[in-house]
Design a protein around this ligand. Structure first.
Ligand code: ATP
Ligand code: MG
Length: 567
């Protein structure tokens, strides 16, 4: 696929929606209930957004509902901060779970009762093997496992031990509760999987009440059943868990598959030049290579928000990439394409100069100031115009001038005429340098007849430059971003290297004292604008009155694709 192109899937059609529709048509499901089940062990990332859009989107389209359920079964890694952030991020993306906010921990008592049921049915046992022995006896992909010497314990002994596990009589790791399925199964997940482990820890919701915690496999399907989930949509890595998911539900809930939740797997989102795992993102935060979970370089929802992404652009991206059964890697350029399209319509244009070069208009009257009408958004006539002050001393972009230009350089150079946006034609007649030979300012003349940006004699110019009046400029900090990692697939770490070795040290460039037009003086954090010719920017929450900070969301064109091709 040519870079910059976007794979458009027919919106609203994918294999999961087909399954849901078929289930409804055949009467196998009466309605649609889905859920988004994050583990609160980190902040949500763009991969989660795909799952959120899918689960909430399907519920919406089929007139059902989607639950938000925290899979809070591992208190050693989970924190209230993450719970709060997840709720905020799902809402920000534009989805609403209404009153259907749940926690796996809401079901601890019911899950426990089900575990006792399995014991009584002879389908679960307490295993005293050491973690090491358990691992060894599980076997491998090519060899069957070995039965535990504790596998044939009687029901009463199992019940007694399990109750004492719950009472906190044993230290962490001393025993586990396992399902009794088949140690020789070709599917390792069915080799007597662990249902409960001992963990003396403080849980954000249940405190120290529980000394044992259910495994993901035991908690997940049963939580689905309690909430009457119809379609339990998850990523492909759970495909091998589906037989266990079904085994547990069959034994605890119903023998009739139509009366049970159905697990359906889809391919997770992978994006190049970044990582998509809370654990790895946490590493970046803990090592301090980024500022935090909301660093604008992070693929987290909170990072993207701070970067200036809109919820609409993320939802659009998720709709475009579609849902498939086969893993692939999406080009970061596609995400950028979505935000660019959205901001193109909604972001007002303003003028700012990142690397200023002073221009003195030698024929412009000293002390004169004109308020010129400048168009706010050529894509949206209703956005109107604003007044921008123009005066004798201006800043233009350093890149927009070359003293000795190559043939195809149409911007300012000695003797050429260019337009200043919505202002005048100017022509450079003198280049002023310092003792080191650095250009410090340009002396130009303007043509008063070209006010507004057009010449009455029909004279043409080949370039239009943005500018800011020096006396009126507000100074701002501007942060420019590049890819978080310098390699396309940072998850593939070469021998002897670490993930962090692949971090892109040039991923943040901070420019200070950038002159921006005075209309931005009162811009509030979160405000999104286009700096003409430079890209889309958002006011960072670090801004204070008189100390604006802008983050570049994305440049105007996909310059990255061209750079990457040249390498
Ligand atoms: P991570 O590895 O980032 O921690 P996870 O799968 O462990 O991801 P959970 O909090 O368990 O994170 O995920 C909640 C839901 O989001 C799950 O249903 C999971 O399948 C889905 N999900 C996670 N990562 C992705 C992804 N990259 N693309 C699509 N869905 C994802
Ligand atoms: Mg997980």
């Amino acid at each position: 696929m040519a870079s910059g192109d976007v794979a458009v899937t027919e919106v609203g059609r994918d294999f999961i929606r087909d399954i849901v529709k078929a289930d409804l048509d055949a009467g196998r499901a009466k309605g649609v209930v889905t859920r988004f089940p994050p583990e609160p062990n980190g902040y949500l990332h763009i991969g989660h957004a795909k799952s959120i859009c899918l689960n909430f989107g399907i519920a919406e389209e089929f007139g059902g509902r989607c639950h938000l359920r925290f899979d809070d079964t591992n208190p050693t890694r989970e924190e209230q901060e993450y719970i709060d952030a997840i709720e905020r991020d799902v809402r920000w993306l534009g989805f609403d779970w209404g009153k259907h906010l749940y926690h796996a921990s809401d079901y601890f008592e019911q899950l426990y009762a089900w575990a006792e049921d399995l014991i009584r049915a002879g389908k679960a046992y307490v295993d005293d093997q050491s973690p090491h022995d358990m691992r060894v006896n599980r076997g491998t992909l090519t060899e069957p496992g070995k039965n535990s010497p504790f596998r044939d314990r009687g029901v009463d002994e199992n019940l007694d031990l399990f109750r004492r596990m719950r009472a906190g009589e044993f230290p962490n790791g001393a025993r586990v509760l396992r399902a009794k399925i088949d140690m020789a199964s070709g599917n390792i997940n069915l080799r007597d999987p662990v249902l409960y482990r001992i963990l003396h820890a403080t849980h954000p919701r249940t405190g120290t009440e529980w000394k044992i915690y259910p495994s993901y496999d035991f908690a997940h399907g049963q939580s689905d059943a309690i909430e009457h989930i119809t379609h339990s949509i998850c990523t492909l890595e759970f495909e091998d868990h589906r037989p266990l998911y079904d085994w547990l539900l069959e034994n605890l809930v119903s023998a009739d598959p139509d009366k049970r939740p159905q697990q359906i797997e889809f391919a997770r989102l992978n994006l190049n030049y970044t990582v998509m795992s809370k654990r790895k993102l946490l590493q970046l935060v803990q090592q301090g290579v980024v500022e935090g979970w909301d660093d604008p370089r992070m693929p987290t929802i909170t990072g993207l928000r701070r970067r200036g992404y809109t919820p609409e652009s993320i939802r659009d991206f998720c709709a475009r990439i579609g849902v498939a059964k086969k893993e692939n890697v999406i080009d970061m350029a596609q995400l950028e394409h979505s935000v660019r399209e959205d901001l193109n319509v909604r972001a007002p244009r303003v003028m700012a100069v990142l690397r200023p070069l002073k221009v003195v208009l030698t024929n412009y009257p000293e002390g004169q100031v004109e308020q010129l009408d400048v168009i706010n958004n050529p894509e949206n006539a209703a956005a109107g115009t604003r007044k921008v002050p123009f005066s004798r001393v201006l800043y233009i972009e350093r890149d927009d001038f070359m003293e000795d230009p190559p043939k195809k350089f149409f911007r300012l150079s000695p003797g050429t005429e260019v337009r200043l946006r919505c202002a005048y034609f100017i022509k450079c007649h003198e280049v002023v340098k310092d003792a080191q030979g650095e250009i410090v300012e340009l002396h130009c003349t303007y043509d008063p007849a070209t006010r507004g940006g057009d010449s009455p004699d029909g004279r043409r110019v080949k370039a239009t430059l943005h500018w800011v009046s020096a006396d009126h400029a507000v100074r701002a900090v501007v942060r420019l971003y590049d890819r978080l990692f310098s390699v396309e697939d940072p998850e593939r770490v070469p021998e002897g290297k670490t993930l962090l070795d692949q971090f892109n040290p040039g991923s943040l460039e901070t420019l200070r004292d950038c002159p921006v037009e005075p209309s931005l003086d009162a811009a509030q954090p979160g405000a999104r604008v286009q700096f003409e010719r430079l890209g889309y920017f958002v006011v960072d929450p670090d801004s204070a009155a008189g100390a604006l900070v802008f983050n570049r969301t994305v440049s105007l064109r996909d310059s990255w694709a061209k750079i990457a091709q040249k390498r």
